[in-house]
Ligand binder design. Sequence first.
Ligand SMILES: [Zn+2]
Length: 186
Amino acid sequence: MPDPEFLLLGDALWLDFVNTTAACTRPELLPDPAAYLRWTKAVRVDPPGHAAAFEEARRLREHLLSLARALDGSRNPPPAAIEAVNRSLAMLEGREHLLRVGGSWQIRFAPARPPTALEAIARSAGETLANPLALVRRCANPECSLFFVDESTHQHRRWCSPSRCGLGYRVERRRRTRPTPLLAES
Ligand SMILES: [Zn+2]
C-alpha cells in the first residue's frame, strides 16, 4: 500500500488539520494551494472555492495549533484562537432542531448548505472545546508530535496510533535502555 500523503490520526478534523504543520510533521504538509486542495479531498470537506482560501486556511491553522498546544498543556485557550474559530463559524447558516439520541434529547445544528472547509474545521474545534469529556493530547512518542483527541472512557490513549508509534517506540526504547554488556574477562 502506498504511503498516504496525510496522517489522519487526530480523530477530529481540526486536529488532522493542525497535524499538517511543520510543528507536527516535518516537513510542512500544506506548502501550497495544490497540497491544501488534496488535503480537503483526503478529509472529504468542500474544496476551497477561491484563491485566497489557502492563506485564510493557513492563518486559521496557526490559531488552531496554539489552541491544541494550550489544551494539551491544560491551559486556557488563547482568546485569539477562539475569535478565529468564531469568525469562521459566523457565516454558517442553518437551523437548530431537536433530535432523540440514545434515549436523550439533544439540540443539533443543521447547516442550510454544505459547510466550507474552514467552517467544517472550525466546527470540529468547537465540538472538542464544548465537550468536557474530550481531551486533546500529543502522541507519547517524543519523535512524533501529532495531536489527537481522546474521548475514550478511561482516557488512556497515549499514541497517535498503536501501530505507528506505540509498538515501534516501545521496542526502540527497550533497545536503547538495555544495559551495555560487560566486557568478557580475559
Ligand atoms: Zn505518534
